[in-house]
Design a protein around this ligand. Structure first.
Ligand SMILES: Nc1ncnc2c1ncn2[C@@H]1O[C@H](COP(=O)(O)OP(=O)(O)OP(=O)(O)O)[C@@H](O)[C@H]1O
Ligand SMILES: [Mg+2]
Length: 380
């Protein structure tokens, strides 16, 4: 665990970049530092690996003051990833990744084997091993940067806006990859971003900094969204923090309506009889996979004539945010909930989602203990 204790940084020109910051950064979790430009995020990160020395205060790793260790040893125990990857342009992808193992005295053979293993871990095609950084896309370069930082299996990973320079789709992929890698490796990751959405997506805990390097709030993402500490944090979260907060509520307990789901070939009188008056029904194939919406009063049984059912949500895996989104996209206002194999479990409209939100909140309030463990992400 990394302990930042009452740390300040005043640069030579008098700029106070970090002001009496204290943070406990636990093992096996992702802690995100977020805040506006110039609020001291990079300075904080670099004080952890001593690229910058604090003016006052102490930083400890597993109880030991970082100043008590030789700088080189310290840095090799911390992978460091920056925006635009910062790769060595004259070295191949494989040799970039093998850098730290080589510095640690591994044989060329062993370091390259390790590098090849890491390429696979971060989702890089082995065919890229011999390329040079300029022959890769921005997203691929970032993956090489992550692989290089992981090469010597350091317990700590410091990441300074590692995914800011790539487009949103690639960025989303890199975030998912990082979460997957973290699930396997369980590092202590300190991740800097100025993007609150990114912080919410990947952070177990988020430290919101304000200009002048002062801590505004340090909490789990759902807590920050539901109870911002002050107007600064609230404004930083943007105008849709309510909707974003639904990402942390599961669709597991959503009351799905099965009464208006029918396999193809069902009797149409039965459809009109069982479904709510005037409501469209969802027709599925014989295996229970959705085919489309029909008006039971006028549908002639032709599958081609069904209204498209639109994007679905996976019950239990997707969040209430996704379910709500699906109701908005659905031509009938009803979102289609499926199981892991794509079979329909039922449908839900906005009223149903709203009821699930209210009951999740009630449960949360009832269970609210001060030392509650961070909520498990419901995902997507
Ligand atoms: N070497 C330096 N000398 C003087 N001031 C500096 C120095 N490095 C950074 N600063 C100042 O310290 C403050 C914090 O800088 P820092 O780079 O830590 O911010 P940041 O939160 O990472 O910002 P960004 O989101 O733009 O990367 C800024 O006001 C910056 O101008
Ligand atoms: Mg910065």
């Amino acid at each position: 665990m990394i302990a930042i204790e009452d740390v300040s940084k005043r640069y030579a020109d008098g700029t106070v970049a970090v002001d009496r910051l204290s943070l406990q950064i636990p093992d096996r979790s992702i802690t995100v530092l977020v805040g506006p430009s110039g609020c001291g995020k990079t300075t904080t990160l670099r004080m952890i690996n001593r690229m910058i020395e604090p003016s006052s205060g102490t930083i400890r790793v597993d109880g030991e003051d970082v100043r008590s260790r030789p700088v080189n040893t310290l840095r090799r125990s911390m992978g460091y990833v920056i925006q635009n990857a910062g790769l060595f342009q004259h070295r191949t992808v494989l040799d970039n990744i093998a850098t730290v193992p080589r510095l640690l005295g591994w044989s060329k053979q062993r370091a390259r084997e390790r590098a090849a293993e890491l390429m696979e871990r971060v989702g890089l095609d082995p065919a890229m091993a011999r390329r040079y950084p300029y022959q890769l896309s921005g997203g691929q370069q970032q993956r090489v940067g992550v692989a290089r930082a992981l090469a010597a299996d350091p317990p700590i990973l410091l990441m300074d806006e590692p995914f800011s320079a790539v487009d949103p789709v690639v960025r989303r992929g890199l975030q998912e990859e990082l979460l997957r890698i973290q699930g396997e490796l369980g590092k202590a990751i300190v991740f800097v971003t100025h993007d609150m959405d990114e912080a919410i997506t990947i952070g177990d805990r988020i430290a919101v900094l304000r200009t002048g390097g002062r801590l505004a709030q340090f909490a789990a993402p759902d807590e920050i969204l539901s109870s911002p500490a002050d107007p600064f944090v609230e404004e930083f979260l943007g105008s849709d923090r309510g909707i974003r907060g639904l990402s942390f509520l599961s669709t597991r307990d959503l009351e799905l309506d099965r009464s208006r789901v029918f396999p193809v070939g069902s009797d149409r009188r039965e459809m009109s009889g069982r479904a709510p008056e005037g409501a469209p029904v969802l027709v599925t194939d014989a295996d229970g996979r959705p085919l489309g919406w029909a008006d039971p009063g006028s549908w002639d049984g032709d599958v081609e004539a069904l209204e498209p059912y639109g994007p679905v949500f996976e019950v239990g895996r997707d969040s209430l945010r996704v379910a709500l989104d699906r109701t908005v996209l659905s031509p009938t206002g009803q979102a289609v909930g499926v199981d892991g194999s794509g079979k329909v479990l039922g449908v839900a409209g906005q009223e149903t989602v709203a009821a699930a939100i209210r009951s999740a909140r009630r449960r949360r309030r009832a269970a609210d203990a001060p030392q509650e463990a961070p909520a498990v992400k419901a995902g997507r």
